[in-house]
Design a protein around this ligand. Structure first.
Ligand SMILES: Nc1ncnc2c1ncn2[C@@H]1O[C@H](COP(=O)(O)OP(=O)(O)OP(=O)(O)O)[C@@H](O)[C@H]1O
Ligand SMILES: [Mg+2]
Length: 407
């Protein structure tokens, strides 16, 4: 199989599916998707590993599929991290500009980011993203790239993502046992933002919500950067479970009924529409009103968005959502979800489908693959940065993969 360092691989470890994407950096920097592998996630629970062996088998199955489709042997990958064991905080760093002529150099940027990320974390936690929001040179704020500017004092506001070191280690073990090295861990909503948000939305202020199977996460982006993240342990799984309990059918039948007839807003469903649902356990089918399914899903959906809304209201970030809400993740495919989000947030809501890639786009043209596609785009940006830094030398050698920068 072909080997080349302009290939980028993203592995999205979801609660319900493992999505592996192989992409290639084409001429003019375009990112072409050349392979996709997907399998049901076994041994995963809300972003955590519940069985190393099962998770490993699921990852291997997706990897083989992606390798076969792309003809590329996967050695390294960007791996998504999500789940309720993540924490995020904002921090600020300050340093004096070091050069005699007071021109800001890459080393000053690296020092101020290191200073901003010198926060206390417990032994079982690990910082895995320090994302600059803005730099401040003397008293001038809102600077995205201070290199080359004159100043005495350099400050940085950053968003820090922290994860459980043990969980990261377990994920690394699974990936390693599949013969793959973790190139970098990437927070899944950060990856999503690369695939579904426009630069204008990120600049004006936007709320990005990923409704997965076991979790739902929200991140707020403002002035081009992520400034808040919150994850709750409710996702599509809970919608399915509600149907299973209240319609007295098994989980697989409830999952089918949700995808086929589900709607999160009762008023969108015609009152006289009848549908047939299966009960494999009882080996029978029942005809029920479609509104009955919506009546079960609606309260769960309102509860989900209400919890997210309260978090954003309590952190005083509602006013940041100037360009509305973008929904992604498989849970956003349920009809009526956008309408419920619109009512709770009182903002414009749109569905986030992956963009910014070429190649086999028809395979990934769904909110289900926003994280996988985002990992490829994130990886492409990292690769470009590393190539620039290698040319410049010093910076990357000093601070490795720890920081992420604006273009
Ligand atoms: N057409 C659809 N209608 C309703 N729900 C859907 C549809 N397609 C997928 N889903 C739901 O989306 C969820 C899976 O989404 P996704 O693949 O984004 O989750 P995940 O990444 O595996 O989980 P997580 O991000 O929580 O770890 C499932 O609950 C599934 O039932
Ligand atoms: Mg997911």
């Amino acid at each position: 199989m072909a080997k080349s360092d302009n290939h980028i691989v993203g592995i999205d470890l979801g609660t319900s599916k493992i999505g592996v994407i192989v992409a290639k950096v084409l001429e003019k920097g375009e990112i072409g998707i050349i392979g996709l592998g997907k399998s049901d996630a076994k041994g995963m629970r809300r972003g955590n590993i519940s069985s190393l062996k099962e998770a490993e088998a699921s990852v291997k199955s997706s990897v083989i599929e992606a390798e076969t489709m792309s003809g590329y042997s996967i050695q390294k990958a960007y791996v998504s991290v999500g789940g309720c064991y993540l924490n995020s905080i904002n921090s600020r760093g300050v340093v004096a500009v070091s050069s005699k002529n007071k021109v800001i150099e890459p080393i000053d940027v690296a020092r101020v980011l290191q200073n901003a990320s010198s926060i206390r974390v417990s032994n079982d936690q690990k910082i895995f993203h320090t994302i600059p929001q803005e730099f401040i040179v003397d008293d001038q704020d809102g600077i995205s790239d201070p290199i080359g500017m004159h100043g005495q004092r350099l400050e940085a506001n950053v968003h820090i993502i922290i994860a459980s070191a043990t969980i990261l280690q377990n994920i690394a073990t699974v990936i390693h046992n599949c013969g793959i090295e973790v190139e970098d861990f990437v927070f899944n909503l950060l990856a999503d933002s690369y695939a579904v948000l426009t630069p204008e939305e990120m600049e004006l202020g936007v709320g990005l919500i990923n409704i997965g199977h076991g979790t739902t996460g929200i991140s707020i982006f403002e002035k081009g950067a992520i400034c808040h993240s919150h994850i709750i342990p409710i996702g599509g799984e809970h919608f399915t479970n509600d149907l299973s309990v209240l319609l007295k059918i098994g989980i697989p039948d409830a999952e089918i009924a949700k995808k086929k007839y589900g709607c999160a807003l009762t008023s969108m469903v015609s009152e006289d529409e009848m549908v047939e649902i299966q009960s494999s356990q009882q080996k029978k089918s029942t005809v029920i009103a479609k509104t009955k399914i919506a009546e079960i899903l609606e309260p769960r959906c309102f509860e989900l968005f209400q919890l997210l809304f309260e978090n954003i209201r309590d952190t005083k970030l509602l006013k940041a959502i100037n360009s509305g809400i973008v929904l992604t993740g498989g849970g956003s495919l349920l009809p009526g979800v956008s309408e419920v989000a619109e009512r709770v947030f009182d903002h414009h809501v749109r569905l986030g489908e992956p963009m910014g890639v070429s190649g086999l786009t028809n395979l990934v043209d769904s909110p289900l693959f926003s994280t996988s596609v985002g990992l490829a785009l994130y990886g492409a940006k990292s690769l470009k940065q590393k190539q620039t830094e290698t040319k410049k030398g010093l910076f990357s050698r000093l601070f490795g993969k720890m920081f992420e920068f604006f273009e």
